[in-house]
Design a protein around this ligand. Structure first.
Ligand SMILES: C[S@@+](CC[C@H](N)C(=O)[O-])C[C@H]1O[C@@H](n2cnc3c(N)ncnc32)[C@H](O)[C@@H]1O
Length: 289
């Protein structure tokens, strides 16, 4: 399918917690995390009563494109569009679309969602965004939600999934790392208050306040245990993220002096046979007017 909305813009500085858009650890982590979480959440649209009715779907900040490609596999009549600020992510997503022979129905584009969504108005049946807090500051939500609604058709669905920052685990060192992340996301303006759940307590209010109708939510607490493949994937995800996030923690004055020691300890604790962690996520969705 030819892509009619090609952006000509050059790269701008990003508000993402990983500044380096070529970062290999972040890239590998997002592939791993996407597979782990889409499965744990019961697929792409587990809370939507009639997902087959969605003909055109946009994923904002699509990363490596796994969520969209999973939807392409499950729903043969859906046209899917993904945008991300990182060319590295989009190149990979396009490769995967080619490998899975979905290029006719799946398009990926480099685009900065904070500038505008370069699509016609009323174009999509559903506009999705997962883990937007990683690049949205609290003051970015009104414009982001307004853009998501502009490109959704009347009655179309705006769907946001976001994540807690601190999980409930029996690793004291992992908890310490996650508390440093809360500190940095707060200093950087990505969360509203010092809150282990990040933006989750605000999603329903944000959608309602900025014009989305009939907002509903679905909460998830996903358990990860040592000795399972999911527990191993979780430990790897945390291992990557707390390596990659180090410059962000430093920039915002939240890096403990003994960070490397705490990091090593967290990796060790996550390998203990009794390790377990519970990760809270929330999906909030509603209709465009
Ligand atoms: C935490 S990842 C989530 C990726 C994907 N949504 C998922 O759930 O796997 C956030 C993504 O947002 C992208 N991103 C950061 N700033 C952005 C912006 N201004 N516009 C579009 N994408 C952005 C990053 O490159 C990254 O791929």
């Amino acid at each position: 399918m030819p892509y009619p909305f090609e952006s000509k813009k050059t790269e701008q500085p990003s508000t993402y917690f990983v500044q380096d858009r070529q970062n290999e650890s972040e890239f590998t982590r997002l592939i791993l995390q996407d597979q782990m979480l889409t499965a744990a959440m019961g697929g792409n649209f587990s809370e939507q009563p009639e997902p087959k009715a969605f003909r055109r779907v946009l994923d904002v900040g699509c990363g490596t494109g796994g969520w969209l490609l999973q939807a392409a596999q499950t729903y043969p009549d859906m046209s899917l569009f993904g945008i991300d600020i990182s060319k590295r992510m989009i190149d990979y997503a396009r490769e995967q679309a080619a490998i899975s022979q979905h290029t006719e129905r799946v398009e990926f584009q480099v685009m900065d969602a904070l500038r505008m969504l370069e699509f016609p108005k009323a174009f999509f049946d559903l506009v999705n965004m997962r883990f937007g807090f990683s690049f949205l500051r609290t003051w970015d939500w009104p414009k982001m939600l307004s853009e998501m609604q502009r490109v959704a058709r009347p009655g179309g669905i705006i769907r946001i999934t976001d994540s807690a920052i601190q999980h409930i685990s029996n690793s004291p060192a992992l908890t310490q790392l996650q508390q440093m992340a809360i500190c940095a996301f707060l200093q950087a303006g990505h969360i509203f208050e010092q809150e282990r759940l990040g933006v989750l307590p605000h999603l329903e209010r944000l959608l309602t306040r900025y014009g989305v109708r009939r907002v509903q939510t679905k909460a998830y607490s996903i358990e990860f245990r040592a000795g399972t493949s999911e527990g191993q994937a979780y430990a790897e995800d945390m291992g990557y993220v707390y390596k990659t996030i180090r410059p962000f923690l430093k920039k915002w004055g939240c890096l403990a002096p003994n960070y490397d020691e705490i990091y090593r300890q967290a990796i060790e604790e996550m390998q203990q046979s009794d390790f377990c962690s519970s990760w809270d996520l929330l999906t909030a969705w509603g209709e465009r007017d």
